[in-house]
Design a protein around this ligand. Structure first.
Ligand code: GLV
Length: 330
C-alpha cells in the first residue's frame, strides 16, 4: 500500500542492532511452504509453523521472530518475539486490538500488489460499466436486452490512496482515457497519472465530481472511517471500489448510500469483519460485487523473500527498507 519506509522512526526504542534471530515462528496458512523456502536459504534458522491454535504460547516463548498476517488472537503474549514480519502489505492485523509491545520491530511484505489489484479494479469497472451481470441474467432468460453503455473513457476517477496500488490503477485508467485525481496523506505525488493531488481532508469536496472512488488506503488511526456516511452523501452516483481495508469505509452506511443514489454500485474486496458475516446485506445486493479479500494475495515466495531480505538487513545492523513506522501505522 505504500512505498518502503526508510524512516529512522521505524526503529523501536531499544531495538538491538545488529539482530540475528535464529528461531522463527510462522503463523500463516502458507507456513509449510514459507518454512521450506526459509530453511533452504538459511539452514541456520530454526522454523516452527502452524495455523491458529496449532501454535501455542510456548512456541512464541521459543521464537525471536514471527512471520504472519495478524497477531494470533488466542495468544496471551508474543513471548520472546522481537521482530514481526507481516505477510501482508497492510500491518493492521498486528497493530490493531491489543497493543503490541513498543519494542517490537514490524516489517511489511515486500510484494507489490499494485499490478494484481489493478486487474481486480479494471475487471470490476468494466463489469459494472458494461452491465455484465444484468446482461448475463437477461441471457439466461433469452432476452435481447440491448442498451446504451456509456464509455469509461472520459469519466473521472478519484484514487483514495496513491501508493503502489493507487498509482498502478491510475496509470491503467489514464491509458483508458480516464481523468485521475489522487488523494493522499501528504497531498503530493510526482506520478504523471494524477492530473491533480489533494490531501485527505479534501475528500468530501471531491467525491461529488468523480465517477469512480477507488480506495487503497491502509487501516490506520488517520484513515479509519475516512469514507464516512457524510463523505458518501456528497457522492453523485459514483461507484465505490475498496481494495485497501474495510475499516476505511463506513460499511453500515453503504446500503443507504446505494438506495439514495449517492453510489450506483460498489465493488468490495475488504470488509470491517472478515469473512463478511452471513447476515450482511452486502451479500445479496445486486449493486454490490463482493470478493473475499483476494485482490492482492501474498505468495509463499514473496513472504519468504521479504523475511530473508529483512533478516539480511538486520544482521548487517541496518534498518530494513520494509520496516513500518509504528507511529504512522504503515
Ligand atoms: C493484503 O490485504 C495485504 O495487506 O497484503
Amino acid at each position: 500500500m505504500t512505498e518502503p519506509s526508510r524512516s529512522p522512526a521505524a526503529l523501536p526504542p531499544g531495538f538491538p542492532l545488529p539482530f540475528a534471530p535464529r528461531r522463527v515462528v510462522i503463523a500463516n496458512a502458507l507456513h509449510a511452504e514459507i518454512a521450506d523456502r526459509v530453511r533452504a536459504a538459511r539452514p541456520d534458522v530454526a522454523v516452527r509453523g502452524g495455523v491458529g491454535p496449532e501454535l501455542t504460547d510456548a512456541d512464541f516463548a521459543w521464537a525471536e521472530a514471527c512471520i504472519g498476517f495478524r497477531r494470533p488472537p488466542h495468544l496471551t503474549s508474543l513471548g520472546g518475539v522481537r521482530w514481526v514480519q507481516s505477510t501482508g502489505a497492510g500491518v493492521d492485523g498486528w497493530l490493531r486490538g491489543a497493543p503490541l509491545d513498543a519494542g517490537i520491530l514490524v516489517t511489511r511484505s515486500s510484494e507489490l500488489f499494485g499490478a494484481q489489484i489493478c486487474e481486480w479494479a479494471i475487471a470490476r469497472i468494466f463489469a459494472i460499466q458494461q452491465r455484465v451481470l444484468p446482461l448475463a441474467a437477461a441471457q439466461r432468460e433469452r432476452q435481447w436486452a440491448q442498451q446504451v453503455v456509456p464509455r469509461v473513457a472520459g469519466t473521472r476517477a478519484l484514487l483514495v490512496g496513491t501508493g503502489d496500488i493507487g498509482r498502478t490503477i491510475a496509470t491503467a485508467l489514464t491509458a483508458l482515457g480516464v481523468h485521475c485525481t489522487g488523494v493522499s496523506r501528504s497531498g503530493r505525488s510526482s506520478h504523471t497519472a494524477f492530473r491533480a493531488m489533494h490531501t485527505l481532508d479534501a475528500l468530501p469536496a471531491l467525491v461529488g465530481t468523480h465517477d469512480w472512488i477507488i480506495v487503497s488506503l491502509p487501516d490506520t488511526a488517520e484513515t479509519r472511517g475516512l469514507v464516512s456516511r457524510a463523505v458518501l452523501s456528497q457522492a453523485r452516483g459514483a461507484v465505490l471500489l475498496n481494495a485497501g481495508r474495510g475499516a476505511v469505509v463506513e460499511e453500515a452506511a453503504l446500503p443507504e448510500a446505494l438506495d439514495a443514489g449517492w453510489l450506483r454500485a460498489a465493488a468490495l474486496d475488504v470488509f470491517e469483519q472478515e469473512p463478511l458475516p452471513p447476515d450482511s446485506p452486502l451479500w445479496h445486493d445486486p449493486r454490490v460485487l463482493v470478493s473475499p479479500h483476494m485482490s492482492g494475495l501474498t505468495t509463499a515466495e514473496g513472504a519468504a523473500g521479504a523475511f530473508l531480505e529483512c533478516l539480511a538487513s538486520l544482521e548487517r545492523g541496518e534498518l530494513p527498507g520494509w520496516a513500518i513506522d509504528r507511529s504512522r501505522g504503515y
